[in-house]
Design a protein. Structure first.
Length: 199
């Protein structure tokens, strides 16, 4: 299982030395606009700065923004390998997925805790990954919502039954113990914030 350290929880004042010391090759890069979620976080300026100063670092961009169709344009840069947007804030999911994939990048779809898997089952095959939010998006350090495991099980059954190849990622409140449990449920990736950087 791949662990994606969340840049949101990293010590940004010394980020280059931290990345080097921990031998991190990819980070989860949360983009928040203060509209879709309450907080404001990183933007394309930081992504481009990381590209310049840590060129080998890959960014897994997670758009928690009100209008991902517009924001996508800012992250079509070489160090961003995947762009994930939310089911809840976009009407033309497939159109945006096609647009992202046409640039050679992977495309992911995120679902909030309140959104059932059944809402995305008809379009799931058009995405490289499904990101299950196991907290309400917008803040780091929240407690893992245990019912997220049922969503994971449902996604796993759907993937096996339909012979699909999307990866399953879980984001929010994941510590070492929860990561182990999710691995046993066939989760492919987990995002870890404070539990990763505070070790």
């Amino acid at each position: 299982m791949l662990i994606l350290p969340s840049l949101l929880a990293a010590p940004l004042s010394d980020i280059k030395s931290v990345i080097t010391k921990l031998k991190i090759s990819v980070v989860h890069f949360d983009v928040m606009d203060g509209v879709f979620v309450p907080e404001i976080s990183f933007g394309s300026f930081l992504a481009k700065d990381l590209q310049k100063n840590i060129p080998d670092l890959k960014l897994d961009v997670h758009l928690m923004v009100a209008n991902p169709s517009i924001q996508v344009e800012n992250f079509l840069i070489s160090n961003c390998f995947r762009i994930t947007f939310h089911y809840e804030n976009n009407v033309h999911h497939l159109r945006l997925a096609v647009k992202i994939r046409a640039t050679g990048k992977k495309v992911g779809l995120a679902i909030n805790p309140e959104t059932p898997v059944s809402m995305i089952k008809d379009i799931i095959r058009y995405f490289d990954s499904i990101l299950v939010m196991s907290v309400c998006p917008g803040y780091s350090g929240q407690q893992f919502l245990d019912f997220s495991k049922e969503k994971v099980k449902e996604l796993t059954r759907l993937r096996e039954r339909e012979n699909l190849i999307f990866s399953i990622c879980v984001d929010g409140g994941v510590d070492d113990q929860i990561a182990l449990e999710l691995s046993n449920l066939k989760v492919d990736e987990v995002v870890m914030g404070k539990a990763f950087f505070n070790k």
